[in-house]
Write a protein that binds this ligand. Structure first.
Ligand code: PMV
Length: 332
């Protein structure tokens, strides 16, 4: 046996990429084709509890109060095998709760796999080195590697297929720059095309894929520079560019991948109108129809109002910058 009976709770926050990750160089080890830079979001949190008891016969996983079976459960079990390093491990009873709609392009896989990694590493007495934890989280979902850390985070993409260089690190802590992200939920149902499928289809069929990869390298440099200078305009323009470029790439795939709905598009226009009125705010969108707006604290109300006026917009969540993922409770 690898462990004694115990119970561990951990939490992690979702993140929003300022320079997007969209494309893999290896499916097997889940290695990204490029690096990415993100902001950890304090308002979007996952709390996960793992219990192990030598009498459990199989893994059990519950998300937001509902038991998950089939492929969803298998993905969790396979991930635990990777973390523990063997399939001959104690079975786990896992409950996970999101403070936001699951699987709707709000990066629930990022905070979910980050929280699960932190909790499982504690349960099975695995190394606590945070780059190792980040590499492990990557095996669950690429963006989860970034959610191990708080603040402004960079995910590296290594040169070979070993994965030894593919982990994230904090560039600047959460108090470095007081930014806000206003999130507009336009549709809380699960997304239609998962990120792995979307990335693979883009890699195989999108005519702009190669220029996406080369230009993302330049965007990473520009973003590091913008963050170092705390230059809001440079950061925002580049973040919006990276997001629209990623969606343009996905739209150019065959069959085309279109994550937006009418409210997403109306939100983009509303934020552009705000900019014309001198309020600096920039949009970003992940693999779903939700809109995220980067703004300064003084402009939160204007941004919230602009989003609230969008037809069909369901909910607005305002977030600051989140902290590192961490263990919150241990009972052995
Ligand atoms: O971590 P994944 O496999 O869910 O992919 C993340 C993809 C995007 O959210 C669209 C971009 C990113 O860098 O977070």
């Amino acid at each position: 046996r690898e462990s004694a009976d115990c119970q561990v709770k951990a939490e992690a926050h979702a993140n929003i990429a300022l320079v997007k990750y969209w494309g893999k160089r290896s499916l097997e080890k889940n290695l990204a084709a490029t690096g990415s830079i993100s902001l950890t979001l304090d308002a979007l949190k996952t709390e996960t509890e793992i219990r192990i008891d030598s009498s459990f016969q199989k893994d059990y996983f519950e998300l937001d109060g509902k038991p998950v079976s089939g492929e969803g459960l298998k993905r969790i079990s396979d991930f635990l095998d990777i973390i523990v390093g063997t399939e001959e491990r104690d079975r786990a009873y896992i409950t996970s709760k999101n403070s936001f709609p699951t699987a709707a392009g709000l990066a629930s896989s990022a905070s979910g796999f980050a929280a699960l990694t932190i909790a499982a590493a504690k349960v099975w007495n695995k190394p606590t080195d945070r780059s190792i934890l980040s590499s492990l989280a990557r095996r669950g979902s690429g963006s989860a590697a970034r959610s191990i850390f708080g603040g402004f985070v960079e995910m590296k993409s290594g040169k070979d297929l070993s994965g030894s260089e593919d982990y994230a690190a904090t560039l600047y802590g959460k108090d470095y720059w007081d930014l806000r992200v206003v999130i507009g939920i336009t549709d809380a149902t699960p997304k239609k095309i998962g990120s792995t499928e979307g990335m693979e289809r883009s890699r195989k069929t999108a005519p702009y894929y190669d220029s996406w990869i080369t230009s993302t390298e330049q965007d990473l440099e520009g973003m590091r520079d913008a963050l170092a200078k705390r230059d809001f305009t440079q950061m925002g323009e580049l973040a919006e560019h990276s997001a629209l470029k990623m969606h343009g790439l996905a739209m150019s795939a065959r069959p085309a991948i279109l994550y937006w709905n009418a409210a997403t598009l109306e939100s983009i226009h509303k934020i552009r109108d705000l900019r014309k009125r001198g309020i600096e705010a920039y949009i970003t969108i992940d693999a779903g129809p939700q809109i995220k707006v980067l703004c300064k604290p003084a402009d939160i109300e204007d941004v919230q109002q602009a989003l609230t006026s969008v037809t069909g917009l369901q909910k607005v969540i305002t977030s600051g910058i989140g902290d590192d993922a961490k263990v919150t409770e241990v009972k052995k």
